[in-house]
Design a protein around this ligand. Structure first.
Ligand code: UP5
Ligand code: MG
Length: 212
């Protein structure tokens, strides 16, 4: 059993570390949409691993541009060294101390790389998991593609691959955090505002020192 004194000490140690919330869910579950609302309401900094990879891909001098593009189109997960270093440098550059890390970690390689290189330097608060049926997610992504998202993976062929990866590689990661009692699950199959009502409850409960 941890004494009150020791617990307070551990709390103080944690205070100095940046706070991190992982945001996971199927492609199109609404991670980015909800992160923006959380930023507006609760002042976190939003870092989408997918957005950072797309930014890196767009740099003409990037040595990883082609690799990233082929992984994204194939719905495969980019090697963790690339993603982790983009996340770490965005965290450092921001000067902020609380982050939503959206769409990461999404396979065993991501998890191991993060645990090895970064986990001990941050305070992982919890994992926000947006649960949404595949049909709704596919419809949303195809709708976004049709509306001109410009994303090279908003098409049926890539979506099938993205979902296979999600089921075989990302769901076990969510289970890993569930076993550690860190997952907060949100029904994401309602309107964005309704989803956010549920998200708000999780944050308000956490800030009030709720059961985490
Ligand atoms: N929308 C949102 N919420 C809605 C709601 N409640 N009701 C109705 N519509 C809703 O939303 C998607 C669309 O749905 C939008 O049009 C939105 O308006 C609407 P969004 O908020 O963008 O959902 P999100 O879950 O963020 O979907 P996204 O497509 O971004 O999810 P992915 O996880 O597939 O994409 P990501 O950018 O994270 O990754 C893309 C690829 O990058 C991966 O497949 C992989 O190849 C690579 N990647 C890595 O290799 N490593 C990483 O760590 C991360 C990514
Ligand atoms: Mg997204």
């Amino acid at each position: 059993m941890v004494s009150g004194f020791l617990r307070a000490g551990l709390g103080l140690l944690n205070m100095a570390k940046p706070k991190v919330i992982f945001v996971l869910g199927a492609p199109g579950a609404g991670k980015g949409t909800q992160c923006q609302k959380i930023v507006d309401r609760f002042g976190y900094m939003h870092l989408s691993a997918g957005d950072l990879l797309r930014e890196e891909r767009a740099k003409p001098d990037s040595q990883y541009g082609e690799l990233i593009e082929s992984y994204i189109q194939e719905g495969k997960i980019v090697p963790v060294e690339i993603t982790c270093s983009l996340l770490e440098s965005a965290m450092k550059k921001s000067g902020k101390d609380k982050f939503l890390i959206d769409g990461f970690p999404r396979n065993q390689n991501n998890l191991e790389g993060w645990n090895k290189a970064v986990a001990q330097n941050v305070n992982l608060l919890f994992v926000l998991f947006f649960e949404c049926p595949r049909e709704a997610c596919v419809e949303r992504c195809l709708g976004r593609g049709a509306a001109g998202s410009g994303r090279s993976d908003d098409n049926m062929q890539s979506l099938q691959k993205r979902f296979n990866t999600y089921i075989t590689e990302t769901q076990p990661i969510i289970k890993y955090y569930e076993e550690r009692n860190l997952v907060r699950t949100i029904d994401a199959n309602t309107s964005p505002d309704e989803v956010f009502e549920e998200v708000k409850k999780v944050f308000e409960n956490f800030e009030a020192g709720g059961d985490f």
